[in-house]
Unconditional design. Structure first.
Length: 237
């Protein structure tokens, strides 16, 4: 969960905000015997460009192949974004195994890594909060936020997440203010193509360094998108 608008944190959290090195009661002990957060999530597990990059790399496929089976597209605040697809009578994540275990755990999306934490954005910064009503697991143990997220180069990842969040805010505002429906559609399709469908290949094949290359390409695409769509940074909430 990402908090983009003014909310009363006391209603959804323990009232605290956490940094990467803080301890938080989020450790579910491997979620043994429980897959509640992998069912009935509707279209809420929205994926960012890094999620798609990691899924494509881990599954050795492309974005269109993911859409053909495990993902779907939905309009989120006027912009088309991909999300994990829920399937079957129990509305289970399409990557959930029959035994209730994650089939993509090594490259699971950021929202899945985060849960039961949420992200709180304010004045260009990112912090975390504990969702107290979401996880069904009782007696969770304390764990450092950094360890729970299990993300290499967490500082760089947090910059990416923050940059993407504020860019989407600005893009959504630009689309909402555009009176021409064809132009609105064109902006959404451009974002989908530029950040999701277009592969993030190695910049230097002989020196491929994985996600570092992704971040470099993402930063360049972000700058290009702001210039091409004349979307300027405006929001800080």
């Amino acid at each position: 969960m990402s908090v983009k608008r003014a909310v009363d944190l006391n209603e959804i959290s323990d009232g605290s905000l956490y940094g990467a090195n803080d301890m938080v009661r989020a450790d579910c002990g491997g979620c043994t015997g429980c897959s509640a957060c992998c069912r009935g999530m509707g279209s809420s597990v929205i994926l960012d460009p890094l999620d798609i990059y990691r899924l494509c790399t881990g599954l050795k496929c492309d974005f269109d192949m993911l859409l053909a089976g495990h993902l779907e597209l939905n309009v989120v605040d006027a912009v088309i974004l991909p999300n994990l697809k829920m399937t079957g009578p129990k509305e289970s994540c399409s990557f959930l195994s029959p035994s209730g275990r994650c089939g993509i755990h090594a490259y699971r999306p950021g929202i899945c890594r985060l849960f039961p934490l949420g992200r709180y954005y304010e004045n260009g910064t990112l912090r975390y909060f504990l969702q107290v009503h979401e996880c069904k697991k009782e007696n969770r143990a304390k764990i450092k936020v950094r360890k729970w997220l299990d993300m290499p180069d967490l500082k760089r990842y947090e910059k990416f997440v923050t940059d993407w969040h504020y860019f989407l805010n600005d893009a959504e505002a630009a689309v909402a203010q555009e009176p021409d429906p064809e132009i609105r559609k064109g902006i959404s399709l451009y974002l989908l193509q530029n950040f999701y469908r277009r592969p993030y290949g190695p910049i230097r094949p002989e020196q491929y360094v994985g996600e570092k290359d992704f971040y470099e390409q993402f930063d360049r695409r972000l700058a290009e998108a702001r210039e091409n769509l004349t979307i300027q940074p405006e929001t800080t909430c």
